[in-house]
Every structure is written in structure tokens, then in C-alpha cells.
Design a protein around this ligand. Structure first.
Ligand SMILES: Cc1cc2nc3c(=O)[nH]c(=O)nc-3n(C[C@H](O)[C@H](O)[C@H](O)COP(=O)(O)OP(=O)(O)OC[C@H]3O[C@@H](n4cnc5c(N)ncnc54)[C@H](O)[C@@H]3O)c2cc1C
Ligand code: FES
Length: 336
């Protein structure tokens, strides 16, 4: 076990077979982070004393300048003995439900589209989560845990469901789609993430999802539909795919009370010229353009949640800034 001291504070926490950031989050501290896989750089800290090594060799978010200045990525750094670090803690990053390491047994695997499958795991020990949060899955035989958002709601935390899009030649998705059988188990860790449902925000909700971004938007919609605090609010769900065979999500919203009254679903396809798109009568284009066309200046009145491939998230962010949506009303964890 290592003791981690945060300089210029009276904070010391334990780190047992863990990374510097995840141990801090488990201890209830507001250590900044976002992706947990070494891609975003939000978890940078300065090492004042001690020694660390990386879980993931050469994590992408670290630069030469970081290395020169003894700056490390906390989500990938494992201490070798006691360390003293410098990091600006923020309450925003404190987790309501402290992350736990558990085992998950696969109880069901259900195909949603040609490349999205829902994996349902029963946990060895319940781990509650907020709608929109994610867990880390250690796929069998794959180095490094991957982040996947839960699609169910986490009041009991007994089961975690994930809607996962298969990535061509992807290592973790390949292992999950081709290797996991009902009854198999794997390591889970979480919950993590800040893009959770804000039940104290009395605004209509806009969920924008594309491709792999289905799962957290389904979770947010499910929790919002059943939230007493949000009973008077509308929920708009816009989901984009390339062609009609990528379109999904409506089946989960239809099960919710208020579908068609206060819960609305709009599918969008982007590859209109593809032969398989012939006959499509719905919206076309990109999710951010369709949301702008649908809501225009009213966007600033929404609490906006979004998830999907990095390009989509960047386009949505730009569009929302242009529409003067305050940053405090935008919620997303960048996918990598
Ligand atoms: C916060 C968050 C939530 C996400 N939620 C979902 C979701 O709900 N559904 C979904 O389908 N996808 C989701 N993703 C994407 C998912 O985590 C994977 O990136 C994707 O499935 C591709 O993984 P792969 O191993 O199959 O592909 P590969 O191409 O083999 O791997 C690419 C991914 O693995 C990471 N990686 C590579 N090596 C390592 C390593 N040694 N240690 C740790 N990470 C490594 C990369 O950073 C990259 O994210 C999410 C990503 C993030 C960051
Ligand atoms: S790089 Fe560590 S949280 Fe993203």
C-alpha cells in the first residue's frame, strides 16, 4: 500500500493496487479526470516526490513537455511506494457513489443492431451509479480496461447493462462480442464520469446520441422519465446513424411512461445516398444540425446530454456554444 500526500493540503490517501486518480476517487476526493484511459489529459498531476509507472505504455495524452516537468496522468499512474503530488482538487469531480472493483457475470447478450449489442452483467457486489455514468470493463485477454456507459439505471446497482458498438478490429469489443458466453465473468470497476442526469435542473432535456453513444442517452432518458423532480419536463431524444440499419433507441423509449406525450424520439441518418437508405422518410444530416434546426434559439432553455464518436461530440459542442447554451447545461464525457 502507498500513501499519497497532496502538497499544500492536509490530505493523505491510501492507494492499494490502484492508479493515483482512481484511488483518490474511491477515497471521496475530487481528483479531476474524464476518460480514465489515458486519452484526455484531464487527470494530469505533478509528481513532487516518489516514483510511479504507467499501466498503459506511452498514454496518448502525455507530451514531452509533461515528461520534462514531471507531470503524469493520474488515471494511468501506479505508485511505487509513498508519493507527494500536486493537483488542484475540485468538488465537481467528487463521486456520489464511490467506485468499486467487482466481478460481473454475463447473464444476457441481446443484439440491438447489426453492430450494437447489449451486455447484461450481474455484479458480485452491488455498485450503485447515476444515470449517464460509465464503468471500466476488463475484457478477457485484452490489456487495459475500456470505458463503457451503462444503459440501465443504477438505484440498486445489482446489474450493469452496457450497449456496446463493435469496432472493426477492436480488441476489447472483439473479445466481448466473440469471446464472452452467458455465465462468463470479468472485472468491472466504477462508476465513473460526470455526465450524469441533473435531477435538480428544472429544464426540458435534450439527449443527442450517435453510434456508440446510445447507452448513456438511454440511461438518462430512463431515469428522467421516472424522476419525480423532472415530472413536468419534456425529453427529446435525437439519435443519428449512417444508414437506416444503424438506427435504434426508440424501442427503449416506448417502454417509458409518457412516450409520445412528453418523451419524443427523432432518428437521423447521414448517408442519404447509400443504396440501403432508399425509402428513408425521416430526418437526414448530422445530429447537431438536426438539433439546431429543431430547436434553434430554444436550445439555451435545455439541459443537454450528448454522447458519441469524438467528431460528433465536437460538432455538438460547437453548435451549442453558437446557440449560447451555458457550459453548465452541457453534459458529456468524451468517448475515445
Ligand atoms: C467515457 C467513455 C464512455 C464510453 N462509452 C461507450 C459506450 O457506451 N458504448 C461503446 O460502444 N463505446 C463506448 N466507449 C468507447 C470504448 O471505450 C472503446 O474505445 C471502444 O469500444 C473501442 O475499444 P476496442 O478495444 O474494441 O478498440 P481498439 O481500437 O482496440 O482500442 C481503442 C480504445 O482502447 C483504448 N486503449 C488502447 N490501449 C489501451 C490500454 N492499454 N489501456 C487502456 N485503454 C487502452 C484507447 O484509448 C481507445 O479508447 C466509451 C469511451 C469512453 C472514454
Ligand atoms: S487521461 Fe486520465 S482521465 Fe483522461
Amino acid at each position: 500500500m502507498a500513501k499519497i500526500t497532496i502538497i499544500k493540503s492536509d490530505i493523505v490517501y491510501d492507494c492499494v493496487s490502484d492508479t493515483i486518480t482512481r484511488a483518490a476517487t474511491r477515497a471521496g476526493l475530487g481528483f479531476p479526470y474524464e476518460c480514465n484511459v489515458g486519452e484526455c489529459g484531464n487527470c494530469r498531476f505533478e509528481l513532487i516526490e516518489g516514483e510511479v509507472s504507467y499501466l498503459r505504455e506511452n498514454p496518448p495524452a502525455i507530451t514531452e513537455r509533461d515528461a520534462e516537468r514531471k507531470r503524469y496522468l493520474g488515471c494511468q499512474a501506479v505508485p511505487h511506494g509513498d508519493c507527494t503530488i500536486k493537483v488542484p482538487l475540485r468538488d465537481h469531480y467528487k463521486s456520489k457513489h464511490l467506485p468499486k472493483k467487482t466481478r460481473g457475470v454475463l447473464t444476457e447478450a441481446i443484439d440491438i443492431t447489426h453492430d450494437i449489442r447489449e451486455f447484461r452483467f450481474k455484479l458480485s457486489e452491488p455498485a450503485k451509479f447515476l444515470a449517464g455514468q460509465y464503468g471500466l470493463i476488463s475484457a478477457p485477454g485484452v490489456e487495459g480496461a475500456r470505458a463503457y456507459s451503462m444503459s440501465n439505471t443504477g438505484e440498486t446497482g445489482e446489474e450493469w447493462h452496457f450497449q456496446i458498438r463493435r469496432v472493426p478490429n477492436g480488441r476489447a469489443t472483439g473479445s466481448l462480442f466473440d469471446g464472452m458466453k452467458i455465465g462468463d465473468s470479468l472485472d468491472l470497476d466504477g462508476p465513473y464520469g460526470m455526465a450524469y442526469l441533473r435531477e435538480d435542473a428544472p429544464r426540458d432535456i435534450l439527449c443527442l446520441g450517435g453510434g456508440s453513444g446510445l447507452s448513456p442517452m438511454v440511461s438518462i432518458s430512463r431515469a428522467a422519465a421516472h424522476s419525480a423532480a423532472l415530472a413536468g419536463q419534456n425529453i427529446y431524444f435525437v439519435y443519428g446513424g449512417r444508414t437506416p440499419r444503424d438506427i435504434c433507441g426508440e424501442e427503449f423509449l416506448r417502454e417509458l411512461p409518457g412516450f409520445g406525450e412528453r418523451i419524443h424520439y427523432t432518428p437521423v441518418i447521414s448517408m442519404v445516398d447509400d443504396p440501403t437508405s432508399a425509402g428513408w422518410t425521416g430526418k437526414t444530416g448530422f445530429v447537431h444540425d438536426v438539433a439546431e434546426e429543431m430547436f434553434g434559439e430554444k436550445l439555451a432553455n435545455f439541459e443537454v446530454y450528448f454522447a458519441g464518436p469524438p467528431l460528433m461530440a465536437q460538432s455538438v459542442t460547437k453548435m451549442l456554444i453558437k446557440a449560447k447554451v451555458p457550459g453548465s447545461q452541457m453534459h458529456f464525457d468524451q468517448f475515445y
